[in-house]
Every structure is written in C-alpha cells, then in structure tokens.
Design a protein around this ligand. Structure first.
Ligand code: ZN
Length: 156
C-alpha cells in the first residue's frame, strides 16, 4: 500500500528504530510511545487488521512469525530489565487503531508504574535521540540474548 506509513517504514522510505527483523516481520520503536521501549511488531505483508489475515495454510508461516515476534519482544523487555510488559492490539478506529496496517504493541512497564497502565500515545517522551538509541540497543541486546539462549536450549 503506497500510502501506508508502516509499509513506507518497511520499505525504508521513512526512518525507524528497528529492534528486531526477519523475513516476515519487523519490530521498531513507536514514535509516540506509551512508555519508553514501546515497540510495534508488524507483518511485512500489508493487512489492515487481524480480520484481514487469511486463515489458510499459505499464511501460516507469517501468522506464526508474528505471534513468535510478539512473544520474543515481550520476553526481551523483561530480560532487558523492565518489571512487566503489556501486549495491545487494536482492530479498527473504534478500537483505537490509528495506522491501518496490522500491528501489535509491546509496551515495557517499569516497576511502580500507574495501575491500570496508561494506554495513551505520547504518554512518555525520550529525552533525546541518544536515549532513544540506548533504549533500542538495550532491547536489541535482550532479543539477541533470548534468541541465543533458545537456540542453545533447542540444540540440547
Ligand atoms: Zn501497510
């Protein structure tokens, strides 16, 4: 979709801070984070909502990759030192979806944060580009640690 901001990010026409990517999905920092470290996990195929994802065998690999990336990023948030993580997924404007390309929010939460957590875009701000880069690097390192640990466990 030529007018889709996430497709433009995936095509690298718009810059983003990627923390994980494989052949089927990408995960990058939300530009209006609810909390520092807020990541969006998106399929590389353009589907507006979950309801648009085909149920057939041909798309099973993408569905599995998407679910596994959400699992990985939530685990990485905990590994990176956050106390908790929310996963949020919105389908349609009525549900608060603002970009019409399927995505899962993985929102790391510090200990002692507001309960219930604030699901407000822009609720958090990075002090500067260096802090954003440091948070992304912390997540990337945690993703790498989790993947290495799981590969070692699978090889046993
Ligand atoms: Zn798109």
């Amino acid at each position: 979709m030529s007018d889709c901001v996430f497709c433009k990010i995936l095509a690298r026409e718009i810059p983003s801070t990627t923390v994980f990517e494989n052949g089927a999905v990408a995960a990058f920092l939300d530009v209006n984070p609810m909390e520092k470290g807020h990541v969006l996990v998106v399929p590389k195929r353009h589907w507006p909502t979950l309801a648009d994802v085909p149920a057939g065998a041909a798309e099973r690999e993408v569905r599995d990759a998407l679910a596994d990336a959400v699992r990985l990023l939530a685990k990485a948030a905990l590994r990176a030192g956050w106390a908790g993580a929310n996963v949020l997924q919105c389908n349609g404007e009525a549900a608060g979806q603002t970009v019409g390309h399927l995505h899962f929010h993985v929102i790391p939460r510090p200990a002692g944060g507001a309960v219930p957590p604030a699901f407000e875009s822009g609720a958090a701000r990075y002090a500067d580009d260096a802090e954003r880069a440091a948070v992304a690097e912390k997540l990337r390192a945690a993703v790498a640690a989790v993947l290495a640990e799981e590969a070692a466990a699978a090889a046993r």
